[in-house]
Write a protein that binds this ligand. Structure first.
Ligand SMILES: Cc1ncc(COP(=O)(O)O)c(C=O)c1O
Length: 425
């Protein structure tokens, strides 16, 4: 940790908290952060040369693992022709077509540079379309850090106990209605009272930012019905779930069609990207076709488009979802057994390629239940795992991800380590 420690000390002199994004500071796990030098497949290496099995995977994008050779080759090839033109390229069209193939209900797609921009812009379009202002979001769901959504958001906000943020005007958040995840009755109540004012409901169709919290059967369908009844739009924020649950998202898997979706992470293959899309009559409001302004110097830039397109091409061709799912089932089932053998109640909600470890008898249904889980055991596990070369997300409230390189061989080694860690407790 010597070089990491030295870099952290220097970083703190020149960057707030020494990081470019809060959770990277490892505050929630009471350790100094690692600084990473490189990644390959399922592994990353820190600047001190230590190797870790990576369950963070850049917080989700790297379903093909670090530095997938085919993606590297294509990005290198495109880099040599220039990085960005601020003009349209074929890659954008190809990526938009590929996304449309996976999400057939999407007629129009706009590329942006992050998930934050995608959700912020989707909200603007929803407000313009409905000519209403209010948005319903759910406690523990994170939709990026734009003002309207920075109310009881997950991950960083939770970790630091900052449910909202100074600098966010009340005049903005007064239009954000907060409800518990999975509480469809609560949603119906609000619509009964304020239905005419609600522009949209935004939801992570599988929550990933308070750890993984699965939607109950009637929740998403209920959201679809109630929004339709009152003329509000339904936005599925599939920034995590898009191309992680299948070649598509939760919307395609569950056959629940939202009005708008937001994407990010996997569709950039590890480069900065976001996108929002939906039905023609909604997306044609977006400038320059319509009056809703939204733009970006680097939006749709060729490098991100290339990495995303190559990633989606590989996912479509190789369809690795059932393979990763099977590995994840193998891993989580054995992990559960290890904890149970040691008398530690655990629940491990999962979906295809990502999961969470909650120290609780039952999987949490919402943020309150998440907060009742035992964080101390997670922190202990994190510290010991890190020592042994396993990088879990440095917060009990984050999802863990698998890639195509996290095979049974890699996962068996981790199980063996976990067995010993826990037995020694
Ligand atoms: C569901 C969801 N929406 C939006 C975002 C924001 O994306 P970004 O960090 O690219 O701004 C995230 C980030 O983790 C996310 O998980």
């Amino acid at each position: 940790m010597e070089k990491s420690k030295e870099l952290y000390a220097r970083a703190k002199e020149v960057m707030p908290g020494g990081v470019s994004s809060p959770v990277r500071a490892f505050k929630a796990v009471e350790l100094p952060p690692i600084f990473v030098e490189r990644g390959e497949g399922a592994y990353i290496y820190d600047v001190d040369g230590k190797k870790y099995v990576d369950f963070v995977l850049s917080w989700g994008p790297l379903i093909l693992g670090h530095a997938h050779p085919e993606v590297v080759k294509e990005v290198k090839r495109v880099c040599e022709r220039g990085f960005s033109y601020g003009m349209s390229t074929e890659k954008e069209v190809l990526l938009a077509e590929k996304i449309k193939k996976a999400f057939p209900f999407v007629d129009g797609i706009r590329f942006v540079n992050s998930g934050t921009e995608a959700t912020m812009s989707a909200l603007r379009v929803a407000r313009a379309f409905t000519k209403r202002n209010k948005v319903i979001k759910f406690e523990g769901c994170y939709h990026g850090h734009s003002d309207s959504f920075l109310v009881k958001a997950g991950s960083g906000g939770l970790t630091f106990g900052v449910p909202s943020s100074p600098g966010v005007p009340e005049s903005v958040t007064k239009d954000t209605v907060l409800l518990p995840y999975n509480d469809i009755e609560g949603v119906k109540e609000i619509f009964k009272k304020q239905g005419e004012e609600i522009a949209c409901v935004i939801v992570e169709p599988i929550a990933g930012n308070m750890g993984v919290v699965l939607p109950e059967n009637e929740f998403l369908q209920g959201l679809r019905e109630v929004t339709q009844k009152y003329g509000a739009l339904l936005i599925f924020d599939e920034v995590i779930t898009g191309f992680r649950v299948e070649f598509g998202g939760v919307s395609t898997r569950k056959r629940i069609i939202p009005d708008l979706i937001t994407l990010g992470k996997v569709i950039g293959g590890g480069f900065p990207v976001g996108a929002y899309g939906g039905r023609k009559e909604i997306m044609e409001l977006v400038s320059p076709e319509g009056p809703v302004y939204q733009a970006g110097t680097l939006s749709g830039n060729p490098i991100a488009m290339t990495a995303g397109l190559k990633t989606l091409e590989i996912l479509e061709k190789e369809n690795p979802y059932s393979y990763i799912k099977e590995n994840l089932e193998f891993f989580t089932q054995n992990l559960k057994d290890i904890f149970y053998k040691n008398g530690i109640p655990v629940s491990i909600p999962r979906s295809t390629t990502f999961f969470s470890i909650f120290f609780s008898e039952k999987p949490p249904r919402n943020l309150n239940e998440v907060q009742e889980t035992d964080k101390k055991i997670f922190i202990r596990l994190f510290k010991k795992a890190l020592e042994k070369g396993i990088l879990l997300p440095p917060s009990p409230f984050e999802a863990m991800f698998l890639s195509v390189f996290h095979d049974k061989n890699v996962l068996s080694q981790i199980l063996e380590i976990f067995e010993n860690i826990i037995l020694k407790e």
